[in-house]
Write a protein of this length. Sequence first.
Length: 374
Amino acid sequence: MNTNIRKVFEAFASEGTMSGYSAIDSGHINATYLIETEKGPSFVLQRINHRVFTNPEDVVANKIKVSKHLFEKLRDRPDFGKETHVLNFLKTTSGGYIHRDEDGSYWNLMEYIENSRVYLKTPDRGIALEAGRAFGSFLALTVDLDPSKVIETLPGFHSMKLRFEQFDEALLNASSERKQSASAQISIANELRQEMTSLENLVGEGKIPTRVTHNDTKISNALFSEEGQALCVIDLDTVMEGVVHYDFGDAVRTICSSADEDEPDPAKIDFSLDYFAAFVDGFLGRSGLSLSKLEIEGLPKSAKMMTFIVGLRFLTDFLNNDIYFDTQYEEQNLARAKSQFRRVELIEENLGEMTNIVMNVSVRVQNKSGTVAK
């Protein structure tokens, strides 16, 4: 394996000789490695899962397009390269940004941002605030990037209607044993079907504008300094045309709960309104002026929607005999679905207070700027 990694790394026009590498835990889909060199900088080497992303070249093209756009927006800021960063992708020795190895795997390489770290869980209110600033800044900085110019690499990724179609098909073909094990979660999914498709209906009617969105805004996709300041958003694999609610809701899902994704004990699954308030403060402080009144009003409920859609995907995969998400033990996808649906319940219980927080922060941001959301 070491020889293969070295050979892939040497296919890129990078400085330094590789001295070692280590795997980075980057989620369910891609394989990522930290490459260390003898004297030069470190790099991040990523293998794109072409079974999920069937057109890896388009994935990398999106990453390059968005990164260059962010660079042009930020390059003249005095804090650029210190407190603010942009992912920098390296070309291959043949001049492209993607390398295909002898096994048919696709790779890209980026510079490692030194003295940085990620969090798998939110440790305190300050990190929730900074995460909000990171994801809010991403939306504000890409507001003038035409979403139609970004390639749809995962068709229907956040389409609730598509996810329900996949769920219905899985339910039709699932074994009686798996349906019995998941009977409570199946009932929850069906009960929430109409409510969970309401946002998609508004988008289809043209009432909610589309924009460039990150689409995978879990807490681990924000990069922080060792002092806890947000440096940039990472993992741009899923950047596509979307709506603000995708990024806001998915971020809230992970930032406001300290429980593991597959926590089996409902009593240990929490939802922090304090972290939510901090996140909203950071998010709307950076992106609020670029959002419409209807977009802002839909933010609280989007947390419920995005948490639900993740749970629905876990449930669907369980019914399909665990063919998509990696699992470490029997019924892990079912445990994940149960955990997400419990979070949905907690968000519903706190929805009134969440709405008050969002509207109060929005008014404060608008008053400070002297504008009113339309």
